[in-house]
Design a protein around this ligand. Structure first.
Ligand SMILES: [Zn+2]
Ligand SMILES: [Zn+2]
Length: 345
């Protein structure tokens, strides 16, 4: 089979690999029908994920069909159509039992697929702890509708869940990239009084305005003023920082009202400063981290009910053999790209 492989710093390549086998009784092998490219793949390419292992197949967003199962798999059978979770988790350790699956203490716990073990930009993938790592796709939900469930959409869902949004709130989301839009879709489910999205890219601003006309849009330059003018208590009640740009962490707490919740979803290239003297008395609550991807069943059900639709994010489609072209477009943000579906015939 062909597999898009992390060769060395700065270089991914399509290579030939043997079909994956069941190694552990709790593994499944999934025939990948569709995968996508995430900015975390680019972080691996550019060396900002030191734990990424050269030689692995990249890709951690995928859907497919169960091809083989280990003897201890209880929830799936061969032929089931499934989403694959970005995170590997045992379901049994202290953190898993509390729902903090990102911190699963198993040696493959957390983000392993497409980082430390072979991932999904290929034809077949071995999924460890498949009973927790896979979710069945309802019959009425297409592969494209389910494509982002295991990663960016799980992230948006988790971020809004921990942000304790109420119907009286003005919610500010910083960043309208794929994760920002997924965060927006999940925030809309909470029905807050106002949603403001801050974005600098023209085409992404247009995307938000055309698809979600009720959402207020501002740019980083006018964000602070805009939020103060469009909120009831001198700032946003909840801020979700998804951008991870140079000044967006500072922007996130500056735009928050006193006692607000500021949820930091972004992954930064550099350390950020927390200037406590400047924010003294503002009594902010910061929540940070990587996604706890344990809500996928609920997310799939919301998609089935028509309450979440991420298909407008898919702006481009390529067959796996042309994945180099897809990366070129995604990496260089060409042609108004948001997300790309990479398909296997
Ligand atoms: Zn990702
Ligand atoms: Zn665990």
């Amino acid at each position: 089979m062909i597999a898009y492989t992390y060769k060395e710093h700065g270089k991914f390549e399509l290579t030939e690999k043997p079909l994956p086998e069941i190694i552990d009784s709790r593994d499944a092998v999934v025939k990948v029908t569709m995968s996508s490219i995430c900015s975390s793949d680019l972080h691996i390419k550019h060396g900002s994920v030191p734990r990424a292992v050269p030689g692995i197949t990249v890709g951690h967003e995928m859907v497919g069909i169960v091809e083989k199962i280990g003897s201890d798999i209880r929830s799936f059978k061969v032929g089931d159509r499934v989403t694959v979770n970005v995170e590997t988790f045992c379901g049994e350790c202290f953190f898993c039992k509390k729902g903090f699956v990102n911190n699963c203490t198993d040696k493959n716990g957390g983000w392993a697929l497409g980082c430390r073990i072979d991932g999904g930009q290929t034809e077949f993938v071995r999924v460890p702890y498949a009973d927790t790592g896979l979710n069945k796709i309802p019959d009425t939900v297409t592969d494209e509708q389910a494509l982002f469930v295991g990663d960016v959409l799980a992230t948006g869902f988790w971020a809004t869940r921990i942000s304790e949004i109420t119907e009286d709130d003005t919610v500010l989301i910083i960043g309208a990239g794929p994760t920002g839009i997924c965060t927006l879709l999940c925030t809309m489910l909470k029905n807050p009084k106002r949603i403001i999205i801050c974005e600098k890219d023209e085409s992404r601003i247009d995307f938000v305005k055309s698809h979600y006309p009720d959402v207020l849009v501002c740019t980083p330059e006018n964000c602070k003023e805009f939020v103060f003018e469009n909120s009831d208590h001198g700032g946003a009640d909840v801020v979700l920082e998804v951008a991870g740009a140079e000044d967006t962490f500072r922007l996130s707490w500056e735009c928050a009202r006193p006692n607000a919740i500021v949820t930091v979803v972004a992954l930064y290239d550099k350390p950020q400063t927390l200037p406590l003297p400047d924010m003294y008395g503002k009594n902010l609550i910061f929540k940070t981290g990587g996604v706890d991807g344990c809500d996928c069943e609920e997310i799939l059900s919301l998609i089935e009910q028509g309450k979440i639709d991420t298909t407008p994010l898919i702006t481009h489609r390529f067959p796996l053999k042309d994945i180099e072209k897809a990366y070129d477009i995604f990496e260089n943000k060409l042609d108004g790209v948001i997300k790309i579906a990479v398909t296997n015939e």
